[in-house]
Design a binder for this molecule. Structure first.
Ligand code: ADE
Length: 242
């Protein structure tokens, strides 16, 4: 079983997502355990302060290094005692871009610790001394690390053995085996607002249906993601050479 810990100033925000749908089911079936901690637990003083004004001035506040470092040290020590090899992830727009490949790698670990900061404001010394990896989920700025952490957790947990049903199977996802986007899917009613699916989908001919789905994947990828389409063509060429 994988252990995932999250340190955040907004534990309710993280809890509600981890207690929903596939993420919740994964914990119910003992595929993963989540532990969510409030960063204030490691704050000191009467006001349990976790942030302060930046040296050099400027707008906004910076998360102090002590509560962050103390949180990581305590949780890592506990993890070591339980035989885990801790790995600390700090979601940040400065990080390396997240991908399905990275999700597959991280899914092999038994213990992950996510530290959620507020954008802009985390003391650099925490990042230098306590973080194993900074990960960005895209070139845009969110207000904090909670949504990125949950995004990364979702991608990792659904890869754990036995979490998905056959129907949800990760192995047929786009990106799992090929860099192509997913094909179009339809369900009842056959006609909706004058629109109908391609006839082949009610033919019962599975070879033709597979061919249509592959064509749908390729056309969509070519139109929307020239970068992935190039990758796909390269893969096809390589296969021909082998
Ligand atoms: N924190 C704020 N924006 C982020 C992003 N795009 N990725 C990861 N962490 C973030």
């Amino acid at each position: 079983m994988m252990l995932i810990e999250v340190v955040t100033l907004f534990p309710e925000m993280v809890d509600v997502v981890l207690k929903t749908s596939i993420l919740e089911r994964a914990e119910k079936f003992s595929k993963v355990e989540y532990r969510v901690h409030n960063l204030r637990k490691w704050a000191k003083g009467k006001h349990l302060t976790v942030d302060d004004v930046p040296f050099g001035g400027g707008a906004g506040m910076v998360l102090k290094p002590e509560p962050l470092c103390n949180a990581v040290d305590e949780l890592k020590q506990q993890a070591f005692k339980s035989g885990y090899e801790p790995y600390v992830i700090f979601p940040s727009p400065d990080g390396v871009l997240f991908s399905q490949e990275r999700a597959i790698q991280l899914a092999k670990r038994k213990y992950l610790l996510f530290i959620c900061g507020r954008y802009k404001g985390v003391d650099e010394r925490f990042r230098q001394t306590r973080v194993d990896e900074e990960i960005s989920i895209g070139d845009y700025v969110l207000s904090g690390g909670e949504l990125p952490a949950l995004t990364i957790i979702d991608a990792i947990v659904r890869l754990q053995e036995g979490v998905l049903t056959d129907f949800e199977s990760a192995t047929v996802d786009s990106f799992y085996q090929t860099p192509l986007l997913d094909c179009a899917w339809y369900t009842r009613p056959w006609e909706f607002e004058g629109l109908t699916p391609p006839e082949v989908l009610k033919s019962g001919n599975h070879k033709q249906i597979d061919e249509w789905r592959q064509k749908s994947r390729e056309e969509k990828t070519k139109a929307r993601r020239p970068d992935l389409w190039e990758k796909w063509l390269e893969l096809q060429n390589k296969k021909e050479e082998d």
